[in-house]
Design a protein around this ligand. Structure first.
Ligand code: NDP
Ligand code: OXD
Length: 308
């Protein structure tokens, strides 16, 4: 029986050394060394091999090495194959810290001050207390819930929106399409931590921007596909929106001459908000292999119907 790993080689070497001790009866192969494809029972990948559906007849579980699964074409994964996303224990805290950093950057007007400094200008801008700022988080899952709690802990007025209702202490909860308007109307800094699915693709677009207060700001740490990049540029250039921090873009990286790259009201970070670590992520996979043997529910099992 084989575990096939197809992603960043350095992490693969680490996983292989841990598997050698903890799962000695399971052959661990690092792509492109596959061995006999018929022996591959488990696969961990960011992008699986093109012939995954036909070339690996005994595949049971596809582990995404990331927290998201939008990079996989779920329709191409045979229905009997379980798809599992990575629930690395360190990622929610890292993401919360990124979100707080981005929100504080926008709240404090640091992008605007940087631009004025570049222009040689000295122009004080009003500096508001955190307690007067309303932040809203799209997505209250593993990441959004921790980000909300952290934003609330430093004093922001925080609300969150998700498909189903979630109660988080100190956070105003909104859910479903019929509460989106009310959520947006009170949100001055909007943070996107949704998974990218057919329903959420392009959600950060002109229609949504119109429903935010004038001068609102956006943080996207979900996926580049959530954002209509043209609509963002229009909204920023018209003054409808005041700034954006983007950890994700489409594509990554953007072409060198893309207008977002040097826009004074946009700060782009290169998809660094929260990364699973080799040492902790291997433990999550090993725990899931144990659960498979005992028939317990897998950590991070994806609902193929919802796409997350
Ligand atoms: P979860 O699956 O735990 O949470 C997703 C949340 O989004 C849930 O609250 C869910 O609602 C909500 N949601 C999904 N679809 C809809 C919809 N159509 N309408 C309203 N709410 C919806 O995901 P995570 O929190 O773990 O991760 C979120 C995303 O963050 C990942 O998919 C990935 O793309 C991105 N990510 C980015 C990283 C980076 O470095 N930039 C790092 C890691 C992840 P409900 O609770 O009701 O199901
Ligand atoms: C992930 C990511 O999904 O890095 O893990 O974005």
């Amino acid at each position: 029986m084989t575990f096939l790993y197809k992603s960043e080689p350095a992490r693969g070497e680490h996983w292989k050394s841990v598997f050698a001790i903890r799962e000695p009866d399971l052959a661990f192969h690092i792509w492109p060394e596959v061995g006999d494809p018929a022996k591959v029972r488990y696969m961990a990948a960011w992008l699986p091999p093109d012939d995954m559906a036909t070339g690996y007849p005994n595949l049971e579980v596809l582990f995404s090495v990331g927290a998201g699964v939008d990079q996989l074409n779920l329709d191409a994964v045979p229905p009997h194959v379980k798809v599992v996303r990575m629930l690395d224990p360190g990622v929610p805290d890292m993401m919360a810290e990124f979100v707080v950093t981005a929100a504080m950057t926008l709240h404090g007007g640091l992008l605007a001050h940087r631009h004025r400094q570049d222009l040689g200008a000295w122009e004080p801008l009003p500096f508001r207390p955190v307690a007067s700022r309303r932040v809203g988080v799209l997505g209250l899952g593993r990441l959004g819930s921790v980000a909300c709690a952290r934003l609330a802990a430093i004093g922001f007025q925080v609300a969150g929106w998700s498909r189903s209702r979630h109660a988080i202490a100190g956070v105003e909860a909104f859910s479903g399409a019929d509460q989106l308007d009310a959520f947006l109307a009170r949100t001055e800094i909007l943070v996107c931590l949704l998974p990218l699915t057919g329903e959420t693709r392009g959600i950060l677009g002109s229609d949504l921007f119109r429903r935010l207060p004038d001068g609102a700001m956006v943080v996207n740490a979900g996926r580049g596909g959530h954002l209509d990049q043209e609509a963002l540029l229009v909204a920023l250039d018209s003054g409808r929106l005041a700034g954006a921090v983007l950890d994700v873009t489409d594509p990554e990286p953007l072409p060198a001459d893309h207008p977002m790259r040097r826009h004074p009201r946009i700060l782009i970070t290169p998809h660094i908000a929260a990364t699973a670590q080799p040492e902790t992520s291997v433990e999550v996979v090993l725990e899931n292999l144990r659960r498979l043997r005992t028939g317990e529910e897998l950590l991070g099992l994806v609902d193929r119907r919802l796409g997350y």
